[in-house]
Design a protein around this ligand. Structure first.
Ligand SMILES: Nc1ncnc2c1ncn2[C@@H]1O[C@H](COP(=O)(O)OP(=O)(O)OP(=O)(O)O)[C@@H](O)[C@H]1O
Ligand SMILES: [Mg+2]
Length: 250
């Protein structure tokens, strides 16, 4: 079985503060991995390393079997960032343009999109149920609608891996559920590997295949069955005082 991600004894520090220590983790193709951990535990830092936004200092990372330092296939990876849904109403881009920008690595920033590329954008907007909003300003959409657009943007380059950093912050409970249903479809039907940082572990426990509990160290990493078998004490020791968020079922 091919691993989409392989982290080997990865440590990372900003200035002098150690943020990640000795992380070893494999994500097999087709997995839906949830990364959980309290605020400041290094989750976003880990994703930034995977995305090549931060440089590996210690240890090594392989993506699709290739060392990240020579990895050239960024189109295989889609990203939905933690702050994606914070656009003001004045942000000057339409839904169509935002999604099209997901192809910019391929088409170049200033070249006009081809007919085929425009059609791709329309198809992917349709698949997330946002086609009718294509000419709206991104800032005029609700948080949940914006999230769909950012998923579409991540999807348009037909990635094999999508990395999402707390994508449902500011999205209401009903739309959170719909959003996760959509992720589940991407995973089960299109076989896209998903890595999701979330605090909603209770809501998605039936959709994910693997869980990683991060708090500087990797305190637990395994399939979701092994995670569900952890008892409360073990969870508390992994999570410290934030253990209650693991149990809020909606
Ligand atoms: N650019 C930076 N420079 C210096 N320190 C940073 C930087 N980014 C993050 N940190 C620190 O690294 C630690 C981990 O931050 P990180 O953003 O990875 O946490 P997180 O698990 O994503 O938290 P949250 O749940 O709040 O998003 C924190 O203590 C943070 O203050
Ligand atoms: Mg974060």
């Amino acid at each position: 079985m091919v691993n989409v991600i392989k982290m080997n004894h990865v440590s990372y520090k900003y200035e002098k503060q150690n943020v990640l220590e000795d992380i070893t983790l494999e994500v097999p193709k087709g997995a839906f991995l949830a990364i959980v951990g309290p605020n400041g535990s290094g989750k976003s830092t880990m994703l930034k390393l995977l995305l090549g936004l931060l440089r590996v200092q210690q240890g090594s990372i392989e993506l699709f079997g290739q060392d990240i330092r020579s990895f050239k296939h960024s189109e295989k990876i889609g990203f939905v960032s933690q702050k994606a849904n914070s656009f003001n109403t004045g942000f000057p881009a339409t839904v169509f343009e935002v999604v099209l920008s997901g192809l910019s690595r391929k088409i170049g920033l200033f070249r006009l999109a081809s007919k085929e590329e425009r059609q791709k954008v329309l198809n992917v907007l349709d698949s997330v149920g946002m086609l009718e909003f294509r000419n709206k300003n991104i800032g005029e959409l609700s948080g949940g609608q914006q999230q769909r657009v950012f998923i579409a943007r991540a999807l348009v380059s037909e990635p094999e891996l999508i990395i999402l950093d707390e994508p449902t912050v500011g999205v209401d409970a009903k739309n959170v559920q719909q959003f996760y249903d959509m992720l589940e479809e991407l995973n089960k039907e299109l076989h896209i590997t998903l890595v999701l940082v979330t605090h909603d572990i209770g809501v998605i426990s039936d959709k994910i295949t693997h869980v990683a509990c991060l708090n500087k160290h990797l305190h637990f990493h395994g399939d979701s069955r092994a995670f569900n078998a952890l008892n409360e004490n073990e969870l508390s020791s992994i999570y410290g005082h934030e253990v209650q968020i693991l149990h809020h079922h909606h």
